[in-house]
Unconditional design. Structure first.
Lengths: 187, 179
């Protein structure tokens, strides 16, 4: 088994892992952290790489696991803080809390912000397919699921995305118009 | 006629004969937009060239995690390389520390254009010039610079008053000179 050249692998694949991390988390700072942590994990576990798959599918697997862990931590923090918030008097301030995730406007305006609301399996499949351009069999390898499951997740993920867009469209149509306002130009 | 039920799973995605997904037009449009949005995000926030601190950290993590996997030949090569780098760093540091006082001590000689200046090589910290003869007026006087292991020979008769005073200031405190 040939030893993995960690430095060369880092140089070669950092950009693509960073791109996937950016799409997953919505801001470049968390994307930097996720991408760097991915390669640190690779460095610690590089000896386990058997060479049966391509190195970038292995890297995507590490990245998705790290992202899943971060989402769970964020959700746990939110739930813990909500216990405190519930005991506080209602505050109708407009500034976001300190625990709010920072997301860049380009991401918020893109479809990836809606993809983040989908179930985890569908979200990951869509990222690997339409952001990273992986083939179905490569996605199956990363997600460790059958090929049929990958196609199902992609299809239902897109359908769920369409449903979210329709719901947003209905909400925007229900907004009361100011007198004289031309809603035809509303975004 | 045998009973041959064709089970239809409503959740299965539509696939064509080649096994690829057959997406309706609206879902295909969404898929294209996802790809475009991802490209736009990557262009807006590109990954900087691998962070300067990441590669050493990754290498260090790899070295800590897998010391036993390396073959003895590679370990020997790495240790020799490390020793060579360390030696080069020490030599460079000593050269720098010696060349600064040498440059200072050569200032009066260079301004006077004294061709009789003889200096010890700065890259040889172990070298030490032999002690010169006692001061005999016009004889060149060995003056020890701030670096303890090098000596500069100057001809005092060719130096002006301010230059002599500067030389005196550079001498160690223990040296006693009187006019």
């Amino acid at each position: 088994m040939e030893l993995l050249n960690i430095d060369e692998t880092t140089q070669q694949h950092f950009a693509r892992i960073h791109r996937a991390a950016l799409v997953l988390c919505g801001n470049p700072w968390d994307a930097d952290d996720l991408a760097q942590e991915t390669f640190l994990v690779l460095a610690r576990q590089g000896g386990n790489f058997q060479g049966r798959s391509s190195i970038y599918t292995w890297l995507y697997g590490i990245l998705l696991n790290l992202d899943r862990r971060e989402r769970r931590r964020y959700g746990m923090r939110r739930r813990k803080l909500r216990v405190l918030w519930d005991n506080q008097p209602a505050d109708h301030g407009t500034t976001p809390g300190a625990d709010a995730k920072a997301e860049v406007s380009e991401w918020k305006k893109s479809l990836w912000a809606r993809v983040s609301l989908l179930p985890e399996g569908q979200r990951q499949a869509l990222v690997l397919r339409f952001s990273e351009g992986l083939a179905y069999d490569e996605i199956a390898e990363v997600l460790e699921c059958p090929l049929g499951t990958v196609k199902s997740r992609i299809f239902h993920g897109l359908a769920g995305l369409r449903r979210l867009m329709e719901e947003e469209g209905e909400e925007s149509r229900q907004l009361p118009a100011y007198p004289g306002e031309d809603l035809s130009h509303a975004i | 006629m045998p009973f041959d039920p064709k089970l239809i799973h409503p959740d299965e995605p539509p696939v064509n004969g080649a096994g690829d997904l057959e997406l309706p037009d609206d879902l295909s449009a969404l898929a294209e937009q996802l790809t475009d949005d991802a490209a736009h995000l990557a262009a807006s926030y590109p990954a900087e060239l691998v962070p300067a601190e990441l590669v050493p950290a990754v290498s260090q993590a790899a070295a800590v995690a897998r010391p036993a996997i390396q073959s003895p030949a590679r370990r020997g090569l790495r240790s020799r390389t490390g020793v060579a780098l360390l030696t080069a760093a020490v030599a460079a540091g000593l050269a720098i520390s010696l060349s600064v006082p040498l440059a200072v001590s050569q200032w009066p000689a260079s301004s006077a254009g004294n061709p009789s200046v003889a200096t010890a090589p700065p890259a040889a910290p172990e070298a030490e010039a032999p002690p010169a003869a006692p001061n005999q007026g016009d004889e060149p006087v060995p003056i020890k610079s701030a670096a303890p292991r090098s000596q500069t020979v100057l001809s005092l008769t060719e130096l002006s008053g301010p230059e002599l005073e500067a030389l005196l200031d550079l001498q160690p405190v223990s040296a006693s000179v009187s006019f």
